[in-house]
Design a protein around this ligand. Structure first.
Ligand SMILES: C[S@@+](CC[C@H](N)C(=O)[O-])C[C@H]1O[C@@H](n2cnc3c(N)ncnc32)[C@H](O)[C@@H]1O
Length: 198
């Protein structure tokens, strides 16, 4: 797979060394995300026994997936990422959840990426991943392909940097076909935005 390098932030997601260093740094900050992860879980369902099928886009080592699988013990998840190193780390870190998650490797900046993903999901979530592609046109196409991966009545929640703006992200979600598009949380540069597949 081609290198996933972010020319603005100098991320090198294909490097084992970079991924391990990033994960170590993120581990120290993971506690700060618990509240937003809990909001994501509660927005997905108020029934913790729900058997949801979840797709985590740009899942990384699975921080959000792990949280959701713990919160919803009857649910399963597919972690999508473009980095083999992240998937390797995620498989190690989620060994205790074997059988309830899997990884699929594909680059969501490339049109047609969704064809690598089988089936549709009750919920698609994403944390601090989609902004990596930077281009508004590519983010719009990610939203459009994501829409097709959601079951009728299902929900997409994207916790991310709002670049260029939250209003733009909401408009792009609307254009992709989502209904009841809204900002579920606003943290300034970051927000939780999403909508339903009607
Ligand atoms: C900042 S990390 C966030 C990981 C995880 N969601 C979390 O919150 O801990 C960004 C993730 O997006 C993935 N990523 C970046 N660009 C991607 C692309 N074009 N296609 C698929 N995954 C990508 C990276 O490999 C990395 O795992």
């Amino acid at each position: 797979m081609a290198k996933l390098v972010d020319p603005w932030d100098h991320h090198d997601w294909s490097s084992q060394q970079y991924v391990n260093q990033w994960a170590e740094g993120q581990d120290k900050r993971e506690v700060e995300r618990k509240e937003i992860f809990l909001l994501i879980a509660r927005t997905l369902s108020d029934d913790s026994q729900a058997a949801l099928t979840i797709l985590d886009l740009g899942a990384g080592y699975g921080a959000l997936t792990q949280f959701l699988l713990k919160h919803f013990p009857n649910s399963t998840a597919l972690c999508q990422d473009g980095s083999e190193e992240m998937a390797k780390l995620g498989r190690e870190r989620m060994e205790h959840l074997t059988g309830r998650f899997d990884y699929v490797l594909c680059d969501f900046s490339k049109p047609g990426w969704r064809q690598k993903i089988k089936g549709t999901f009750d919920a698609v979530v994403s944390a601090i991943a989609i902004h990596n592609v930077r281009s508004p046109e590519i983010i719009k196409s990610i939203y459009a392909e994501t829409f097709l991966l959601i079951k009728t009545g299902g929900l997409f929640l994207n916790f991310d940097r709002m670049t260029p703006s939250r209003e733009d992200q909401l408009a792009w979600l609307q254009d992709a076909g989502f209904r009841d598009v809204q900002s579920f949380w606003d943290g300034g540069r970051r927000a939780l935005v999403g909508g339903y597949r009607g």
